[in-house]
Design a protein around this ligand. Structure first.
Ligand code: ADP
Length: 323
């Protein structure tokens, strides 16, 4: 390859910048002459907002959160004719292959794009939610878990001082990976995830009883945002009915920002470098991810059709650690 392009798409995640740096530097150091950065994900691809990057362009970003290329949601990219137009724009610039860093939606777009246009595409898993099938880890997950933990440790101080009960809602879209890891690591009294059904009333009765028996203690309940935006409020309402005075804290977007952790910088740099190596070795229509500590490739078709399940044994541990 003489010219390649890269973009970041969907929700941003801490570590996208070191991934960009890994791709750009590896490509230029491996004989690829031109590396182009596409602005704002698939939107920039359609708009032709594509600019050449040098080794210097990615200086001093390894420690920065967010993405220097910006990210966007682009509904138009779901239309085949629009994807064909994007391919024309790449061809006009002599760009022969594309690397996409993003979540499962971005991987779907990437797969359709290469299937229809023949332009080789490699995907990298970039999301704080860790919900991408085929990879044990995603760029940004570790940082998001640590950011949430930092916030909850502070909440715990207040909860202890006031002997109060906090409902802390964490991100994760439809998955409970963040909630499970954060819940275990912050010493949560209870973790609620979308993967496992529960009876709201029973849950609150048990919780209220536990608290009645342990006067003077704090309580942290970690709740994954899940599909149901009103869940946290409903749990709070039920607990109030049972004489508790829960306080709600929705951590929200603070979990998406901040400097990537050492783990995420390492993961992103290695996946970025590997994406280029896979491309140069002739691979196409794959995502480069991690399984059992090793860097591997998974067909994009498999990534977008499989579902990633929360490990039942690990989730079960959240129920074993309370007093
Ligand atoms: P994420 O990549 O974080 O899952 P989204 O689901 O918003 O975030 O997807 C990011 C972008 O990927 C979308 O804005 C769209 O441009 C593209 N995309 C998502 N789903 C599809 C699809 N079914 N077909 C084509 N492109 C898609």
């Amino acid at each position: 390859y003489k010219s390649i392009a890269l973009l970041t798409s969907g929700g941003d995640s801490p570590g996208m910048n070191p991934a960009i740096r890994g791709i750009v530097r590896t490509a230029l150091n491996s004989g690829i002459e031109n590396v182009y950065g596409v602005q704002r994900g698939y939107s920039g691809l359609i708009a032709g907002d594509i600019h050449k990057l040098t080794s210097r362009s990615v200086t001093n970003i390894v420690q920065r959160g967010g993405t220097m290329l910006k990210s966007a949601r682009c509904l138009e990219f779901k239309v085949p004719q629009i994807r064909a137009k994007a391919a024309e724009i790449l061809k006009e610039k002599g760009i022969e292959a594309l690397i996409v860093i993003g979540g499962d939606g971005s991987m779907t777009g990437a797969h359709l794009f290469t299937e229809e246009t023949g332009i080789p595409v490699i995907g990298l898993p970039g999301t704080i939610d860790n919900d991408i099938p085929g990879s044990d880890d995603t760029i940004g997950f570790d940082t998001a878990v640590n950011t949430a933990l930092g916030a909850i440790d502070r909440i715990r101080d207040t909860a202890l001082s006031h002997e109060s009960l906090f409902l802390v809602e964490v991100m994760g879209r439809n998955s409970g990976f963040i909630a499970t890891q954060v819940g275990i690591a912050c010493g949560a009294e209870l973790v609620v995830v979308p993967e496992y059904e529960f009876d709201l009333h029973d849950l609150c009765v048990t919780l209220a009883k536990q608290r009645a028996n342990k006067l003077g203690s704090s309580g942290i309940i970690v709740i994954a945002e899940g599909k149901d935006p009103g869940l946290t409020s409903r749990i709070a309402y039920q607990l109030e009915e049972l004489g508790q005075e829960p306080k709600i804290c929705i951590l929200g977007h603070i979990q998406r920002g901040g400097s990537p952790s050492g783990h995420d910088r390492m993961l992103a740099s290695c996946l970025g470098a590997s994406a280029v190596q896979y491309l140069l070795a002739g691979y196409n229509d794959i995502m480069v991810g991690v399984q059992q500590g090793a860097i591997i490739d998974i067909p994009l078709r498999k990534v977008i059709t499989d579902t990633k399940t929360l490990d039942q044994n690990i989730f079960a541990i959240t129920t074993l650690l309370h007093k």
